[in-house]
Write a protein that binds this ligand. Sequence first.
Ligand code: SRM
Ligand code: SF4
Length: 572
Amino acid sequence: MSGQPSDVERIKAGSDFLRGTIRESLQDPLTAAVRTDDVQLLKFHGTYQQDDRDLRDERRRSKLEPAYQFMVRVRAPGGIVQPEQWLALDQVGRDFGDGGLRLTTRQSLQFHGVLKWNLRATIARMNEILLSTLAACGDVNRNVMCNPNPYVSDLHGQVYAHVQALSEHLRPRTTAYHEIWLDGEKVVDSRGDEEPLYGPTYLPRKFKVGIAVPPSNDVDVFSQDLGLIAIAEGDTLIGFNVAVGGGMGMTYGDRTTYPELARVIGSCRTDQLIAVAEAILTVQRDFGDRSNRKHARLKYTIGDRGLAWFTAEVNRRLGWELAAELPYRFESTGDRLGWVEGSDGSHHLTLCVESGRLRQEALEGLREIARIHRGDFRLTPNQNLIVARVCAAERPRIERLVREYGLGEGARRSALRRGAVACVALPTCGLAMAESERYLPQLLEKLEPILAEAGLADEEIIVRVSGCPNGCSRPYLGEIGLTGKAPGRYNLYLGAGFRGDRLNCLYRENIAEAEILAALRPILHHYARERTAGEHFGDFVVRAGYVRSVRGGTDFHGDPASEPAVPQGKPR
Ligand code: SRM
Ligand code: SF4
């Protein structure tokens, strides 16, 4: 470790396996907030303290404390939710949240607007329906992602078994969760608590695992700390390519931080997967930076020590060596919307949910579907929702409900809108510098006519918007990426690979909407005129010289000595 442990390390170490003073904080009737240290610990339990930022100024003027509320996130490995769980989640949102549900970019679900007084009841209800919030956030392994891939369901089923096993194996073992949220019984002597995998200070930072099933790279496998690529022979899963060190977040003005693509270090058989994941996680546990949280993700551990060192250390812990990388091919990171028929004859309907936000009418329709649905729901990494495993006899009834509640509208929108992803940002996210989810529709409304006039209305171009550089929408993998700089102002990035295999590059810095549109219009027209057959927008802007091809994270900011900070495009 390079310096003193960070404050969060101190909090974890003194927390008695994530207890802290959470119980006392929850009982304090004088404030809707929890104690400062407990704010950090609550993340491990799946909840974030926030305040409604739309109300901040008004509350300050009225000399009131901020409108504190909590976001509660569920862990749903592989994004699978049963209909009865859906109904219960929907009810919890209405009883304790702001009434809405938010599908996330990691195939999970969140409620916003839960008051402190209702936190216990909210989390207890989740557990009653066998959905936990433990480790949905915090310095631990997060929700394990997996391609929902309903149209190749045999393979999906095999991969999903590994998702569940990984999720379970990498789950924290503290009894604090049960004690605080479920039975309320204080464990008198928690010295028996053990975290065999994590130890008392858990990981230096969050850790993310995702499994892609080629040809789909919907999980953005190269953005994961541990990205796994399922390798099949026919419909039989035989193993995984193992990629390490991906991540999106960075800090403006700090060139030592950068988004990074995970790199493949080899492959393993299916029966070796748990050991491989454990070895990788524990190398990060032991060598990750615990003094500077901006430098604590696995990508920096690998960046500092080198990929060869990392691979050797993983192999040393395994006691055997990872095999060579196996061939695979990705086609895209998007979702296939509409109905598809699975190999077992069941039907799957992918509904487009703009920014993952489900409001009243959509929720009512989904409630009706959940009441009759005998398959399951699957949340996608693009914030969409699949009504999966519908039998032929059930399909007409579901179709009728989809029509009645307008749930199919999204699929009829432009290709641009169908593939766009935006993070939550304002008003709940404390880190947002600009709007994202609330801005996306307005941006798309202005971009769509530009695409139409260029003859690109049906072109799939991946747009990702984030309200700050942390990159929750994985914006550095957008062919067009925007990250918030200040209210109404964004950095514009161009040129990521359509298959999620190349980062984009800064094109214009700190610009407002008029400049964003003015910058994009000539490039889109140029693309329409001069693209080669099948050439994607991200590849074109690199070929045409608007941006350089970014080779990886350490190349993301360019070489300050040899290049202008903002590459100059060449609109013609
Ligand atoms: Fe995220 C922090 C929302 C996926 C990178 N993220 C946050 C917080 C909790 C803000 C905070 O720390 O106070 C946001 C809460 C907003 C709100 O009001 O709900 C937040 N992140 C989200 C979600 C809900 C965005 C969405 O629109 O779907 C996603 C929840 C996923 C889930 O179910 O677990 C979400 N966040 C991501 C992703 C994408 C992914 O994981 O595939 C990333 C980029 C990948 C990565 O981790 O590098 C991401 N979130 C971050 C970061 C930067 C982390 C870093 O090490 O660089 C932060 C800030 C931090 O951790 O300090 C952050
Ligand atoms: Fe908040 Fe930034 Fe994540 Fe958007 S990218 S949800 S603004 S932390």
